[in-house]
Ligand binder design. Structure first.
Ligand code: GLU
Length: 441
């Protein structure tokens, strides 16, 4: 059975880059009728915060990416300790005592000599007595996994055939000196024990994958299928890493981006399929294929989310936006005509407030010098009684007859006088909502 997981570390809010990972894993699971696990990678007690766990859940719920179950790495520390013990017994874990400064120095030396900065395994040569002395001096060492120096190969769902020389990679640290289990082993144990069949994650994890494949094998597990999606860049191809902080899902939500706009874009961006706006998450499932994504960095422009959001909103019936319409201050009895008027002119729901203010309070009229008289004449011709859907046409006809104006010369000054703008909602739909003039009529 297909099982995937989204495995954020609760050390911050999730952003568009994380969303891509979440969505791909979600769609793979749903397409196969499998299981989608939300795994909280919280082995780091200092940096992991409960508020971020809650925030991650809220963000996924907002998007409609429902998980089948939640797993927390902090609940599974005994499983990781057991796996570490197994590796130790096999001679695949060794204790090393270099300080970060020493490691840094080694790396610099290697680089100076034109060598790849790979950990030199000096700790493997320590005698028991030397280790004892180092432990007494520096405390417990870190535990490194001893890679087999062979080529590590896999067929990546996005990158294709990958082959990495294990000798070009440092033996990864699995356990810190203070006993804290690190992601590399925790993730392997979870993926194996939870029967994860497909792992999609960012291409910054490719080297991790190579080492994890060896750890999985050492522990006798089955390797999932791996796919590494490219990282997002800004619209000009610039690195996005620094800006991701401002591209948190909650910021986008705050800016009025609609979930389906975000999901529709992210389910296709960087793939060979065109971005098409969908109205339900379910509609993204069928056409989704991780193999159709390219390895090249994917350009992401936050501005692309707004036309999609506008288009999505325009497709919605009042029932779906009734809350926002009410929040904008629109009375219930006007909600229907208000939404019919505003929907075409709404980029985000935040715009509704402005349209309602226009209806309720009117606008500062925009009247050109040469139109002063014309507008005065037109205003005198405003039909009596309550405005309705016919008012605009009845009125403009009367104004046309009285003044001889027609076309743009007729309509534009009237629009500007009533709305203070050159563009905006259809006047026929707007007239019945204009409270100030309506009250006068
Ligand atoms: N917690 C890891 C991260 O956020 C998970 C990576 C993975 O998917 O294995 O990068």
């Amino acid at each position: 059975m297909t099982t995937t997981r989204f495995a954020p570390s609760p050390t911050g809010y999730i952003h568009v880059g994380n969303l891509r990972t979440a969505l791909m894993n979600y769609l793979i699971a749903r397409k196969a009728g499998g299981t989608f696990i939300l795994r909280i990678d919280d082995t780091d007690p200092e940096r992991s915060k409960e508020e971020y766990v809650d925030a991650i859940k809220q963000d996924l719920e907002w998007l409609g990416l429902h998980w089948d179950r939640v797993e927390r790495q902090s609940d599974r520390l005994d499983r990781y300790a057991e796996a570490a013990e197994k590796l130790r017994a096999m001679g695949r874990l060794y204790e090393a005592f270099e300080t970060p400064t020493e490691l840094d120095l080694k790396r610099k030396k290697q680089l100076n000599m034109g060598k790849p900065p790979v950990y030199d395994r000096a700790a493997l040569n320590l005698s028991e007595a030397e280790k004892e002395a180092l432990r007494a001096e520096r405390g417990n060492g870190v535990w490194r996994f001893k890679l087999d120096h062979e080529r590590i190969e896999w067929n990546d769902g996005i990158l294709g055939d990958i082959s990495i020389d294990a000798a070009s990679v440092s033996d990864p640290v699995l356990i810190r000196g203070d006993g804290q289990v690190l992601y590399t082993i925790a993730s392997v144990v979870d993926d194996t024990e939870m029967g994860v069949t497909d792992v999609v994650r960012g291409s910054d994890h490719v080297t991790n994958t190579a080492t994890q494949i060896q750890i999985i094998k050492a522990l006798g597990g089955r390797c999932p299928r791996f796919a590494h999606h490219s990282l997002l860049t800004g619209p000009q191809g610039e690195a996005l890493s620094k800006r991701l902080g401002t591209l948190a899902l909650r910021d986008l939500r705050e800016q009025g981006v609609q979930p389906m706009a975000l999901l529709s874009l992210m389910a296709r961006l960087g793939s060979s399929d065109p971005v098409e706006l969908r109205s339900e998450v379910e509609e993204l499932i069928d056409g989704f294929d991780v193999n159709r994504f390219g390895a090249a960095p994917t350009k992401f422009d936050v501005q692309d989310l707004f036309p999609l959001t506008a288009k999505h909103l325009q497709s919605l019936p009042l029932a779906d936006v009734a809350g926002a319409v009410a929040d904008a201050g629109v009375p219930d009895e006007l909600a229907e005509p208000f939404w019919a008027m505003a929907r075409e002119n709404t980029t985000t729901l935040a715009d509704l407030k402005g349209w309602w203010e226009l209806c309720r309070d009117g606008a500062d009229p925009l009247i050109a010098e040469e139109d002063q008289e014309f507008i005065a004449e037109a205003m005198a011709l405003l039909p009596e009684g309550t405005f309705d859907g016919e008012t605009w046409s009845t009125w403009t006809k009367a104004v046309k007859e009285a003044t001889g104006r027609k076309g743009k010369g007729l309509f534009m000054p009237l629009r500007k006088a009533l709305t203070g703008m050159e563009r905006g909602p259809e006047m026929a739909a707007l007239m019945p909502l204009l409270q100030v003039i309506r009250a006068r009529g």
